[in-house]
Design a protein around this ligand. Sequence first.
Ligand code: NAP
Length: 289
Amino acid sequence: MNSAIAANHQLAGKRVLLTGATGGIGRAVARRLAAAGASVLFVARQPAELLLLSQQLPGTHSCFSADLTATEELKALADFVKATGGIDVLINNAGTSQFALTAEQDYAAQMSLNLLAPMQLCQLLLPELSQRTAATIVNIGSAFGSIGYPGFSGYCASKFGLRGFTEALKREVSSKALRVLYFAPRATQTAINSAAVVAMNQELGNAMDKPDDVAAELMQQLQTGQSRWYIGWPEKFFVRLNALLPELVDRAIGGKRAVIRTYAAGSTDSVQIQNNLSNSAEKITATRS
Ligand SMILES: NC(=O)c1ccc[n+]([C@@H]2O[C@H](COP(=O)([O-])OP(=O)(O)OC[C@H]3O[C@@H](n4cnc5c(N)ncnc54)[C@H](OP(=O)(O)O)[C@@H]3O)[C@@H](O)[C@H]2O)c1
């Protein structure tokens, strides 16, 4: 029998690498993976948080603390995976977002974690994943990976990029034995969203999902192997409409632009970045004087 046809993508007994494991969506996914009988390698920067998470869940799990924006730490993670028996599933979930007008955006931080890190981790682990009889890569994107939204220019660019990368990778390497999936939540109730984002969503009537509902949908995608998975109405509709008739979405979002700009201009994300910039300016001034 062809081994590819016999590929077993069930999670029980599989080893899963989950980045961003200590975040809102990450924790919910971690709980569901553990409940499904997977052995999870949790990855984030804070070792104490990782240890606590692994101790709270049933089953045997491990932790690796790494800043995924640092290439040498990505390589160390890949070496650790290889030295400890490999993985069957890679979930690139770690992410960051900044809600701010373009002049105040920190593009490097968002591109580095949301786009470059998952690309490089796929590249580093692909030889290992390709040897498995049943392996899966899931890249966690966003509705904003298909719809450009004011105040999120850096985030949208990074998630559009991740969607493009995932599609190209899928078309290059996927088979029955190696699945490459893209999963796109809409706004979700986690710490990635500042108070300004939450207030704006409330005023505009944008739904914000619970992390556990998002995790349940991810489990469904892992079970079915559906390549592209979007969450929620009307977001699913707008994703398709934006692909076919973007000028209609220009108009729909244009009607909300004044409200969005007001929140983005006063957002704590903007204030934080402004503080960072002025701190850097002070450091540069201090170094030069
Ligand atoms: N929440 C939403 O509204 C929403 C909507 C659509 C898509 N998403 C996507 O869903 C994914 C998870 O988001 P979330 O809402 O759960 O975010 P979150 O609660 O802010 O969690 C982010 C996670 O990433 C880790 N992380 C941050 N910077 C890192 C770095 N440099 N290196 C390694 N790990 C790092 C954090 O842990 P440490 O700080 O300890 O490193 C944490 O575990 C992201 O890809 C996000 O873009 C979220």
